[in-house]
Ligand binder design. Structure first.
Ligand SMILES: Nc1ncnc2c1ncn2[C@@H]1O[C@H](COP(=O)(O)OP(=O)(O)OP(=O)(O)O)[C@@H](O)[C@H]1O
Ligand SMILES: [Mg+2]
Length: 499
């Protein structure tokens, strides 16, 4: 794209007209070390440094132009630089659109399905992807666990990438024949403008709870950030209205979803049942007499809500009810209330919950569907919030018949001290509530012990690491998968005839 066109469209000011005259930009990035020949280098103000301080590195790598703010222009590294500069008072705010223009506005040619909310984004994105696959669509996926382009897998650094990376990703998806992109949209991404320049076919809202309040001032501001997805940038809006936050997003055109049929939502579920191994079944009810018996391989009632939201999103994409049901039934969500089944007669689940409230919520959901004991394996990560450790222990022991405190990723910390902190929280209530508390440092051994205690009707819950494939001890990442360890333990259990 000719730089002068960008300057005009962005309503910015240009420094270095002569150099700009023949300049075209072929890409964009905001990391100097990632600049390639012809890129626009976005030199943004940051909390610690100004991107403009890295301009020399970007120019050496072949940056064709720089986007920055008036402060950036004054930085020594840019003052005498021989490069055209697009100056804008809010370069971060405008970067999304600028990147979209450079990459040919790919989201106009894709159905981008944005999902926001405190929890359930990853799960819903996978449910949607599964339904699209049933309908024969070629899909992309953007989220916490991974990024996928038509079946090819890339690791994800952030839940939502930076704007230039996102637009480039969409452009590649389009080249690869992708038509639909379920995408997690975090509140960070919304407030930092990472999805500016993205046209959403569908914007969807799960729920809102106290989380990320380290980043947002209060719930009202957190909600205001989430509602950016519903400011007109989404063609269709789909909202779970079980909560007051969801209700607050209601507009005449909103497609409504709720577990609670009393809300009068268009998409609801009835006849929810669960099996001893944690599968659920329900009747999916939608507009125009849609009523279809559906199986869901995920435990926990909140996953029925996620499934309803996915169904409404899929319906908005024109996917048939039978294909929606088939998609929900065949989903696999890595490490999010993920059932592991080796023929045992109890529920065994791996989950990513690693905060007190998340542990409580997941255990409450499992407890409601468990006739026998709930056996929990949980640890806390090192080099992270130390205050939550006793609270995690407390939340888990209150809801478990047996809690096994074990190691998570100790990182640079003393693993025994992390466990001691959790145990202190757990034991403080343990005596009152009768929950049995054990300490088994080795995570694999803790998982095997949990399985050895289980009988039909029980639930074994392995929490904290979810889809992770390594355990970080002292900066060294050892291969470790909760899912694989649990599967191996279950196989031995079943083969030993003690199912
Ligand atoms: N609808 C829901 N309501 C409440 N809790 C949920 C819901 N869906 C999932 N959870 C719980 O929250 C955890 C995270 O789910 P998921 O990964 O789908 O959410 P997310 O919004 O992508 O989270 P993150 O912000 O970490 O990316 C799950 O492991 C589960 O315990
Ligand atoms: Mg996620």
């Amino acid at each position: 794209m000719p730089l002068t066109t960008l300057v005009a469209r962005a309503d910015g000011r240009l420094i270095g007209d002569a150099a700009a005259a023949g300049t075209t930009v072929t890409g964009a990035t905001l990391r100097a070390q990632d600049v390639r020949q012809g890129d626009l280098f976005a030199a943004l103000p940051g909390a610690r440094a100004h991107g403009a301080d890295f301009a020399q590195e970007a120019l050496a790598a072949g940056a064709a132009a720089v986007l920055t703010d008036p402060d950036g222009v004054e930085r020594p590294s840019l003052l005498d630089a021989d490069v055209p500069i697009l100056v804008h008072p809010d370069p971060r705010g405008v970067l999304g659109e600028v990147a979209a223009w450079i990459y040919g506005e790919p989201s106009l040619h894709l159905a981008v399905l944005g999902i926001t909310g405190t929890s359930g984004k990853t799960t819903t994105a996978y449910l949607v992807e599964s339904g699209l696959a049933e309908a024969g669509k070629t899909t992309g996926l953007v989220g916490t666990v991974e990024t996928r382009i038509a079946g090819e897998r890339l690791a994800s650094a952030f839940t939502t990438p930076e704007a230039p990376d996102l637009q480039a990703l969409f452009a590649v998806m389009l080249e690869q024949g992708v038509t639909h992109v379920p995408m997690e949209v975090s509140s960070h991404a919304l407030s930092l403008g990472r999805v500016n320049g993205t046209r959403f076919s569908v914007g969807a809202f799960t729920n809102l709870s106290q989380d990320h309040l380290d980043f947002h001032r209060d719930m009202a501001e957190y909600f205001a950030t989430k509602s950016i997805l519903f400011d007109g940038r989404s063609t269709t809006e789909v909202v779970i209205i079980d909560s007051a936050w969801g209700q607050a997003l209601l507009a005449p055109h909103t497609i409504t979803v709720a577990l609670d049929e009393g809300t009068g939502a268009e998409w609801t579920a009835s006849d929810i049942t669960s099996t001893p191994t944690g599968e659920q079944a329900f009747v999916l009810r939608g507009p125009g007499d849609v009523a279809i018996s559906t199986k869901l391989p995920l435990p926990g009632e909140f996953n029925v809500a996620n499934a309803l939201l996915a169904a409404a999103i899929l319906d908005a994409c024109g996917v048939e009810p039978a294909q929606i049901a088939a998609g929900l039934a065949s989903v696999r969500v890595p490490g999010r209330m993920e059932r592991v089944n080796q023929g045992q007669e109890f529920t065994a689940v791996v989950d990513y919950a690693h905060k007190p409230a998340a542990v409580a919520l997941a255990l409450d959901a499992l407890r409601a569907q468990t006739t026998g004991k709930v056996i929990t394996v949980l640890g806390c990560g090192g080099d992270r919030d130390t205050g939550k450790r006793p609270l995690m222990g407390e939340a888990a022991v209150r809801r478990s018949d047996v809690l096994i405190v074990t190691d998570d990723n100790p990182r640079s910390e003393d693993a025994a001290a992390i466990r001691a902190s959790m145990l202190a929280g757990a034991r403080a209530v343990g005596a009152v509530h009768g929950g049995e508390v054990l300490e088994i440092a080795d995570r694999g051994e803790a998982i095997r012990h949990a399985v050895s205690l289980a009988v039909p009707g029980d639930t074994v819950f392995i929490a904290g690491k979810g889809h992770e494939t390594g355990q970080d001890v002292g900066g060294v990442k050892h291969p470790f998968s909760d899912r694989d360890e649990l599967a191996a333990a279950l196989r031995i259990h079943v083969e030993g005839g003690t199912r």
